[in-house]
Design a protein around this ligand. Sequence first.
Ligand code: VG1
Ligand code: CO
Length: 539
Amino acid sequence: MIQTIQTKPYTDQKMGTAGLRRKSKVVMQEHYIENFMQAIFDVIGNLKGKTYVLGGDGRFYNDIAIQKIIKMAAANGVTKLVIGQNGFLSTPASSNIILKNHLDGGFVLSASHNPGGENGDFGIKYANQSGGQCPSSVSDAIYQRTLTIKEFKICDTPDVDLSKLGHQELCGMEIEVIDPVTDYVDMMENIFDFAAIKKLFANGFTMCFDAMNAVTGPYAKRIFEDILGARQGSVVNATPLPDFGGLHPDPNLLYAKELVDLMFSDKSPNFGAANDGDGDRNMILGHKFFVTPSDSLAILTDNFDLIPAYKNGIFGVAKSAATSTAVSRVAKAHNIGYYEVPTGWKYFVNLMDSKRITFCGEESFGTGSSHIREKDGIWAVLFWLNIIAATGKSVEEITREHWKKYGRSYYMRFDFEGIDTVVADRLMADLENKLPHLNGKDYGSYHITEAAPFIYHDPVDNSDTKNGLIIKFADGSRIVYRLSGTGSSGATLRVYLEKYETANLSEDPLKILNDLLQIAMEIAEVSQRTGKQQADVIT
Ligand code: VG1
Ligand code: CO
């Protein structure tokens, strides 16, 4: 029943910021998934005795890819797979299952916040026993293996019925189909004060959670409506659909438009939130009010003592270099450790495992803690609800009080998409060469104090990673440039801007950051090189 099938290597199977992410049509090519999975199995080596978790965000091709992976795992000698019912599992739920059951790792079939469908994107994230995505040393070895792959192993059997909960067997491998929601809900109940949040809803508090037709619908319905008592219908777009119902499941001001329009209307609910395709990202909104992810991380960290699971104290906090420095001031005030890492959640894993940090976050709508080794969308929403329940304050009041106490980091990200990769690579290389000459230069009232690539030295495994270029100014302002590692075609240049203010706390961020934007465009010659006068996406 086990077949060995000859294959030819693909040369484009290098993982990016978060696993392998490609156009669906690329992934649908003959043996594409098979080659990639065989390379992973080959690099892991002896699979006897090993158990992995498997599931996805339900996007187009999830059902086909999952059957291929099951049959290949069996043929390669994996002892057991734990699979979410109907092939569904959010990224945070998957990480929890690995940690809770001490599994050897897992696979999440998702291109996260990228659009789905036949003309959209597909992806695979590979986590190891840490519960987080494998480190670069492992993904590099897997990529090398994909370049020389000649054959793969697969069981020639009918498809597995993934709708049926419980145990089955395939080619000598054990399969356990589980409810994807239960364990995750248990974990959340053990972290937050559910009684206080229940009381909040019982007293008439209203919310809208937009699951964007992706994987978090069933989790959100169970937690917010069934358990916490938010009124029925509080969770919208709650059924996972293969094409996300045409939505782009990226929870930001541009793509979560339905929710944003509602929250900025006169009759908005008290609280609004959205998650991305695989449930690891979050956006937080109040009535006519948006919380930047960088501020959210700072606010959650500052309020750790309101949450049952953290009230006895936290280790440090970490952020990606591109994220605003808002949380650094909170870390200083609470006298806890503070780390800046490259973009990508895998860089937080060593810091959590070594108890250096409890909380971490990225500007890209990702926040999380050491309860798992991925960012966690619903966790962030519950954290906000718990703070609101404990303080009786609104999202806007909580945020404004935070700014009053710590000052405000005005922050925006500008994405220039679909750039020719050669043009983008040259822009970054030329800019890097120019950086040493920028030190000490003045642009209007902005004085450059430091211009250098961002290099991270991991204190645990001693690896060094270069990620992006940073220009710092005398007043604390920063410009960060980097190329995206999650796109599926062309290059995306991300330009991140930050300016710290202690007095002007209620300005329009674009007004505050406009001079810096012009400086950022000029220094990198963005318009001349890309032909773009302005960014395609601003968040
Ligand atoms: C983007 C974000 C990064 C995030 C990554 C994965 O990467 O900027 O912060 O960790 O997506 O998010 P990049 O390389 O395109 O900037 V998810 O929700 O895909 O797992
Ligand atoms: Co995601």
